[in-house]
Design a protein around this ligand. Structure first.
Ligand code: ADP
Ligand code: MG
Length: 310
C-alpha cells in the first residue's frame, strides 16, 4: 500500500518515573500502531498509565526507552522546535477541561493554533471549523456564555483548525452531562467517518465503545481487544485497514449543549447516507442496556470483543 507510514508507531516503549524505592514503571514495553483513519480508544483505570501514554503520544514527554515514530519521524531525534511544531500543527488536542481562554470569543479560541504560524485566513478557517461542530451561531460568544458541551465543541474546532494528522482526546466527556457526552461522541464518530485519525483516552467502557478499535491499558501493559470476527488474526498493527479518504466534514447541528432536548441533530446524519444511529441521551427513553454511542457496521460492540495480549 502506498499510503505512507502509520500516523503513530510505538515500539517497546517504556516509561519509568523516579528511582530506587520510588521507581514506578508507568509503561512497560508498549507497542501500538495507529493507521491513518483509525479510531482507537485506549481504556484503563486510574493509575494504569493513560496520562503517561497520552503525554508521549502528544509529544509532551519522551519514553525512557523504546521508539516512537510520529508519521514516520523518530520523535526522540527531533529537537524542541520540531516537537513544538508537531504539537501545534499536526496533533489536535481535546482535554477534559476544555482549556479555552475565558476572555476570548469562540472563534478567537479556535484561531489560536493558527497564530503559531501566522497563517492567513485565520478567521475563515476558525469559522469553518466551528461550522463543522455546529457552532456557526455562537462564534462571538465567550466560554462563559456557552454550555459545557458547546465549550467542548469549541475545543474540538480548535483541534481541527490546523487539519491535523491526529486528534488526541483525553477524557473529552469527563466534565459533561449525558446529553453533551452523546453529542461529543457523535462528533468524534462523524470525524472518524470522514477519515480523521482519532485516539480517545478514557476510563469508561461506554465511552470507549464508540471507537472502532479498543486497546486496554493496565499497570502500564497494553492489550488489544480483538473483535470476535477476527479471531485467529491479530488486530491493530497486523490488521489491514482500508485507508479512508479525507473528506470535508459536514456541519453538525447544535442543540445547545446541556439543553433538555435530545441531540438528534447533533448525532444524526446531515444527509441521508450510512451514518451512526442517533444517540439517545439518558432520560429520553433509551432502553435499559442500550448504549451512549452511535454505531454502524464499522463499529464493533464490546460484547463481541475479546482481549488478547499483544
Ligand atoms: P492514569 O492517567 O491512567 O491515571 P498515569 O499515567 O497518570 O495513570 O500514572 C501511571 C503511574 O505512574 C501511576 O502509578 C502514577 O502514580 C505514576 N506517575 C505518573 N506520573 C508520575 C510522575 N511525574 N512521577 C512519578 N510517578 C508518576
Ligand atoms: Mg490520567
Amino acid at each position: 500500500m502506498s499510503g505512507g507510514p502509520a500516523v503513530l508507531s510505538l515500539e517497546n516503549v517504556c516509561k519509568t518515573y523516579g528511582s530506587g524505592e520510588t521507581r514506578v514503571e508507568a509503561l512497560r514495553s508498549v507497542s501500538l500502531e495507529v493507521q491513518r483513519g483509525d479510531f482507537v480508544a485506549i481504556i484503563g483505570p486510574s493509575g494504569s498509565g493513560k496520562s503517561t501514554l497520552m503525554n508521549i503520544l502528544g509529544c509532551l514527554d519522551v519514553p525512557t526507552s523504546g521508539r516512537y515514530l510520529f508519521a514516520g519521524d523518530d520523535v526522540m531525534r527531533l529537537g524542541d522546535d520540531q516537537l513544538a511544531r508537531i504539537r501545534n500543527l499536526r496533533i489536535g488536542f481535546v482535554f477534559q477541561q476544555f482549556h479555552l481562554l475565558k476572555k476570548l470569543s469562540a472563534w478567537r479560541n479556535v484561531e489560536l493554533p493558527l497564530l503559531y504560524r501566522r497563517a492567513r485566513g485565520r478567521r475563515e478557517k476558525a469559522l469553518a471549523a466551528l461550522g463543522l461542530v455546529g457552532l456557526d451561531h455562537r462564534v462571538d460568544h465567550t466560554p462563559n456564555e456557552l454550555s459545557g458541551g458547546q465549550q467542548q465543541r469549541v475545543a474540538i474546532a480548535r483541534a481541527l483548525v490546523t487539519d491535523p494528522e491526529l486528534i488526541l482526546a483525553d477524557e473529552p466527556t469527563g466534565n459533561l452531562d449525558t446529553t453533551s457526552t452523546a453529542e461529543i461522541l457523535a462528533i468524534l464518530y462523524q470525524l472518524h467517518r470522514e477519515g480523521r485519525t482519532i485516539v480517545l483516552i478514557t476510563h469508561d467502557p461506554e465511552i470507549a465503545a464508540v471507537a472502532a478499535r479498543v486497546v486496554r491499558i493496565s499497570d502500564g501493559v497494553l492489550t488489544e481487544e480483538v473483535p470476535v470476527a477476527l479471531t485467529g488474526r491479530r488486530s491493530g498493527a497486523a490488521r489491514p485497514r482500508p485507508r479512508a479518504p479525507r473528506r470535508r466534514a459536514a456541519p453538525i447541528a447544535d442543540t445547545g449543549g446541556e439543553a433538555a432536548s435530545p441531540p438528534a441533530g447533533a448525532a444524526g446524519p446531515p444527509e441521508p447516507r450510512a451514518q451512526p444511529a442517533p444517540v439517545s441521551p439518558a432520560g429520553s427513553g433509551r432502553p435499559p442496556g442500550d448504549r451512549l454511542w452511535p454505531r454502524n457496521s464499522a463499529t464493533t460492540p464490546p460484547s463481541s470483543r475479546r482481549t488478547v495480549t499483544s
